[in-house]
Design a protein around this ligand. Structure first.
Ligand code: CTP
Length: 405
């Protein structure tokens, strides 16, 4: 699976270091060449010798301990790697990296590499939810670092919660997927932009207008695009889903922020899929302070948000533009109307009254309508499977346009 792939594993000091040993073993078994750097605190848990034996390579622990006089070790390792994985990643290394601090072999190499860096945090649940840690992780997300979210379960500190290093088998599977995606897949070399989830339109500092969109369909579309080889940009409203790896995730809150993010990535996009349930209206005035209740009823005046999809329909040149339409009746008729009026290439319509589809559900039942007038109904299936077949149908119909670019 990973033959000749060069993986640089940065091990930082948490109890989950023992799992990093299993990770090196599994990566080596999958054919990867693995080199390991350890922080000083990681060595409190497991000795470098263990990693040396598992990786059959020297283990690097000190920036100034140059093993080969012909090269500078941290630069050489940084340049060597196809992929850098920090596992386990402590709150400390996350904080240092987010702030550009390089005070040991791990952090110096992390700043020096131009390879993709994946961070697999592992820590106590309260540390993981600490505001400073969240702030640092957000910064790293924005800087293009990818995260392998920790799982939930029993933590070594006795708590039950989120913070457990993802299982080595799962990390290897994600890495294998990442390398398959860069091979000759149908969407290799293509840029796909996907919006997902609801938007939130603020009323005052504690209230907002939103909808029940879970983001599941959009996230499934993004994962399918990445699995088909695309450089994937997922623009997500507030959802309760784990951040997917192997793509850039941009978090937004309001329709205005979503519009801005889509605009930024629109020009060089090949396919744009708008699965987000964007609020059509927002409060005309956002109250700077919390609104106090008054006697009697209250009215909040709403104004229209910009229709992002329609705006992109007006701007599009080569982009294949795909919209969603959730309807309760005459789904195909209304869908065709939106396809034409918004200048789309495809619209994916679903009848939200169907018990097998709609908000929050893990399954969906949709029809794919194209500007050429084709109707392709799909039977009810898991959103993850549906996302893949929808992309395959679009790729098949658009093969000429995609190959020309
Ligand atoms: N959309 C958008 N920007 C908005 C509103 C919707 O980009 N401000 C996009 C959605 O992401 C989705 C499609 O438009 O792809 C939905 O079409 P729309 O006509 O807005 O659906 P509804 O809001 O359900 O419209 P209607 O009330 O007319 O049924």
């Amino acid at each position: 699976m990973l033959l000749n792939k060069k993986i640089l594993l940065c091990v930082t000091g948490g109890i989950a270091v023992y799992k990093a040993v299993a990770l090196v073993s599994k990566l080596s078994q999958a054919g990867a060449e693995v080199k390991v750097i350890m922080t000083e605190s990681a060595q409190q848990f497991v000795t470098p010798l263990t990693f040396q034996a598992m990786s059959r390579n020297d283990v690097f622990v000190d920036t100034f301990d140059e093993k080969d006089s012909r090269v500078i070790a941290h630069i050489d390792l940084a340049d060597w790697a196809d992929l850098v994985v920090v596992a386990p990643a402590t709150a400390n290394v996350i904080g240092k990296l987010a702030n550009g601090i390089a005070d040991d072999m791990v952090t110096t190499t992390l700043l020096a590499t131009t390879a993709e860096v994946w961070i697999a945090p592992a820590m106590n649940v309260h540390m993981y939810e600490n505001k400073a840690v969240i702030r640092n992780m957000t910064t790293l997300h924005e800087d293009g670092y990818q995260f392998i979210e920790p799982s939930e379960g029993f933590l070594a500190c006795g708590y039950i919660g989120k913070g457990r290093l993802e299982e080595p088998e799962k990390i290897v599977e994600l890495i294998a997927q990442r390398f398959t995606s860069s091979k000759n897949l149908p969407l290799s070399g293509k840029k796909v932009v996907i919006t997902a989830g609801p938007t939130r339109e603020r009323i005052d500092p504690v209230r907002y207008v939103s909808n029940f969109s879970s983001g599941k369909m959009g996230y499934a579309m993004a994962e399918a695009a990445a699995a088909l080889g695309a450089e994937t940009i997922l623009i997500s409203g507030p959802v309760g889903l784990d951040k997917p790896v192997g793509m850039t995730v941009i978090d937004v809150e309001s329709a205005a922020e979503m519009l801005e993010a889509v605009r930024t990535h629109f020009d060089d996009a090949d396919i744009v899929v708008k699965s987000a349930a964007v609020a059509d209206y927002r409060p005309k005035d956002i109250h700077p302070e919390k609104m106090k209740k008054q006697a009697g009823d209250s009215v909040i005046e709403l104004e229209r948000t910009t229709d992002i999809l329609r705006t992109m329909g007006g701007m599009k040149t080569h982009q294949i533009l795909v919209g969603f339409a959730a309807e309760t009746n005459n789904a195909v008729g209304y869908g065709m109307g939106k396809l034409e009026s918004k200048n789309l290439d495809y619209v994916i319509v679903n009848d939200v009254t169907d018990p097998a589809g709609g908000f929050g559900s893990d399954t969906n039942v949709v029809t794919l309508l194209s500007k050429r007038g084709t109707h392709q109904p799909f039977q009810a299936m898991a959103k993850t499977a549906l996302a893949k077949v929808l992309f395959e149908a679009i790729i098949q119909e658009e093969s000429e346009q995609l190959n020309d670019r």
